[in-house]
Write a new protein. Structure first.
Length: 91
């Protein structure tokens, strides 16, 4: 399996978005705090830096099997990146 630069960009955005959401946000129905408390994995679930390599592996496999799933998270990651560059906040 070879990755194009576009595929790599999509994977990077998807991994960054998911790592930040899992480590720092509440998510729907407060699912991420639940994961962080019940499945701490030695602090892995509360550290976005620690999550990046593992999520990269997960998304690489997902991209190999069902690429549209990666697109959804990449779009969310791109939107989050744009939000941080523009200063638009979420309250």
């Amino acid at each position: 399996m070879s990755l194009t630069p576009f595929d790599l960009l999509l994977l990077i955005l998807a991994v960054l978005y998911c790592a930040e959401v899992i480590a720092r946000k509440d998510g729907p129905f407060k699912v991420f705090p639940w994961i962080r408390t019940r499945l701490p994995l030695g602090g892995l679930t509360s550290c976005s830096w620690c999550l990046w390599p593992w999520l990269a592996l997960v998304f690489l496999v997902i991209n190999w099997r069902i690429p549209p799933v990666v697109y959804v998270f990449a779009i969310a990651g791109g939107a989050a990146a744009l939000r941080s560059f523009t200063g638009v906040g979420h309250d």
